[in-house]
Design a protein around this ligand. Sequence first.
Ligand SMILES: [Zn+2]
Length: 113
Amino acid sequence: MADIRSVHALMRAHDRHEAQLDTLRDLLTERLAAARAELAQAPAALRRTHPARRRIGELEAALDRMERGLYGICRGCGAFIEMSVLLHAPQDQECAECRRASERRAGPRRAAV
Ligand SMILES: [Zn+2]
């Protein structure tokens, strides 16, 4: 028989998760608006290569993953990405550990160029 207390604990965990997603959705939306405004301010000739353009793409992709229920999952190991990482960079697709590993791999290659 299901333990009522564990059902309540699950529901509370679910509510907490939903609240965190709401916070991150607001953050993504806010940063997307800021990046779009920044791009709109740039001279037309520079817009095609403006760094804000890449940010817009990343933020839109993150909102799209959220719509599809795939948001917050590390593309490296499949674990949930830490809330602290997402609050800092809500478009990130790697957990802290995989990010460090990627940076270690990219390090020597970047230095060699
Ligand atoms: Zn990972």
